[in-house]
Design a protein around this ligand. Structure first.
Ligand code: NDP
Length: 333
C-alpha cells in the first residue's frame, strides 16, 4: 500500500493468502507520480482468474498486505517526469503486472499503460483487455489457427473462452466448446461454437471423436488443468497441439513426457507476461484486439458488474463457476 502525500482512495486488499473472505476494504493514498509513472483515477477494474491464483498464493505475484488485480481503465490525473505517450485527462487502460488494480486510484509505471480509442468505453476496456490480448496470442502466436482446423475450447462461456470461440470461428476453424451446463452451452453456441460437449454418458474425448469422425481436435485450449488434462490428450488429433494455459480446477501436477509420443503431441504452456511485457508487444497485440472488437469479430460481454467493495463476492462467484463472460468491479466515484 502506498504511503506519503497523495490522493485518498479505497482499495480491496488481502492481509494474508486465502479465500475470498480475505478481501477487505482499506484506505490508501495514491502518491504523486515519480519519474516514469502515472496516476490514474480508475473507473472500471477487470476481474481475472489470475486474481484468484494471486489471492490464494498459488501464483507468487502478490505479497500481502496488497491489493490483487492486473487490469483497469480510467483517467490520467497526472504524469511524472519522462512520460511522453500519455497526458492529463486522457482515458487509459492497462493489463499487466504488478498486481494492485483493485483500487480507486493508482500510481504506477506508465510504460505499459495505453491510451484508449474514443469508441471504446472504460467498462468494455477493463472487461476485455487482458482476456482479449490472451485470446490474441493464443490464437495467433502460440498456435496460428488455420481455416478448417478443429479447435477445442474449454470454458467457452467464460471470459477468455468466449473470446476464443468468437475469434476462432471468424478465423474459419471448426469450434468445439467444452462446458459444464446446457445454459452455458447456449452461450457458447451464440459465441460461435459449432458444437458443444457437456458432461454426459460419453466422456469428453468420446464426444470429440464422434464429432470429428475419429480425427480429434487439432488444437485444444485448456485452462481447466487438473480435471481436463488427461481428457485433452485423449481428445487430440495425431499429431495435435495441446495449449495448456491455466488451471481453474487445480494444478496439473507431473506428467510423463514419453506418453505424449502416443499422439506426437505438441505441448505449450504460455505465460501472459511473456507476450505482453514490452510497450511494443502491448501496442501490437492491443491494436489487433481493438480491430477485432471494432469489427465485431470479438464482442466483449460484461456478465457481472460489482462494486469494488464487493470484490469478495465476485471472486466467490468466479470460483463457483457461476459467472459468464467478463466480470468487472466499479469503484465508488
Ligand atoms: P473464466 O471466466 O473462464 O472462469 C473460469 C471457468 O473455468 C469457469 O467458469 C468454468 O467454466 C471453468 N472451470 C472448470 N473447472 C473449474 C473449477 N474446478 N473451478 C472453477 N472453474 C472451473 O475465467 P477467465 O476468463 O478469467 O480465465 C480463464 C482461464 O484462462 C483461467 O484458467 C486463467 O488462469 C487462464 N488465463 C491464462 C493466461 C495465461 O497467460 N496463461 C492469461 C489469462 C487467463 P465451465 O463451467 O464452462 O467449465
Amino acid at each position: 500500500l502506498s504511503a506519503g502525500n497523495g490522493i485518498d482512495g479505497t482499495a480491496m486488499v488481502i492481509d494474508r493468502h486465502g479465500g475470498p473472505e480475505e478481501l477487505h476494504a482499506a484506505k490508501i493514498k495514491a502518491p504523486a507520480p515519480g519519474p516514469g509513472q502515472v496516476r490514474i483515477k480508475q473507473t472500471a477494474i477487470g476481474v481475472n482468474y489470475i486474481d484468484v491464483y494471486c489471492r490464494t498464493g498459488y501464483f507468487k505475484l502478490l505479497e500481502p498486505p496488497q491489493a490483487p488485480g492486473m487490469e483497469a481503465a480510467g483517467e490520467v490525473i497526472d504524469i511524472g517526469p519522462g512520460v511522453s505517450h500519455l497526458r492529463e485527462g486522457q482515458r487509459v487502460a492497462y493489463a499487466c503486472p504488478p498486481v494492485g488494480a483493485y483500487t480507486s486510484h493508482r500510481t504506477m509505471g506508465a510504460a505499459l499503460v495505453i491510451p484508449l480509442p474514443d469508441w471504446i468505453d472504460d467498462e468494455t476496456a477493463a472487461a476485455g483487455l487482458l482476456k482479449g490480448m490472451t485470446a490474441q496470442f493464443l490464437l495467433h502466436q502460440v498456435h496460428a489457427v488455420r481455416p478448417k482446423q478443429t479447435v477445442l475450447i474449454y470454458a467457452p462461456a467464460g471470459g477468455v473462452g468466449r473470446m476464443l470461440c468468437q475469434w476462432a470461428n471468424r478465423m474459419g476453424a471448426t469450434v468445439i466448446g467444452a462446458t459444464s451446463s446446457e445454459a452455458k452451452a447456449r452461450i457458447a453456441r451464440a459465441a460461435g461454437a459449432h458444437h458443444v460437449v457437456t458432461p454426459g454418458e460419453k466422456s469428453l474425448e468420446e464426444q470429440v471423436m464422434d464429432l470429428t469422425k475419429g480425427h480429434g481436435a487439432d488444437v485444444i485450449y485448456d485452462a481447466v488443468g487438473k480435471d481436463s488434462f488427461a481428457h485433452s490428450i485423449a481428445a487430440l488429433a495425431t499429431p495435435g497441439h495441446l495449449v495448456s494455459f491455466g488451471q481453474a480446477s487445480g494444478d496439473i501436477g507431473s506428467w510423463n513426457v514419453s506418453s505424449l509420443a502416443s499422439k506426437s503431441v505438441t505441448l505449450s504452456r504460455p505465460n501472459y507476461g511473456h507476450y505482453t511485457d514490452t510497450p511494443e508487444k502491448i501496442a501490437a497485440i492491443s491494436a489487433d484486439l481493438f480491430d477485432a472488437i471494432r469489427s465485431g469479430t470479438v464482442k466483449v460481454e460484461i456478465g457481472q458488474k460489482y462494486k469494488l467493495s464487493d470484490a469478495a463476492e465476485a471472486h466467490r462467484a468466479l470460483e463457483a463457476r457461476e459467472t459468464t463472460g467478463s466480470t468487472i468491479l466499479i469503484p465508488d466515484q
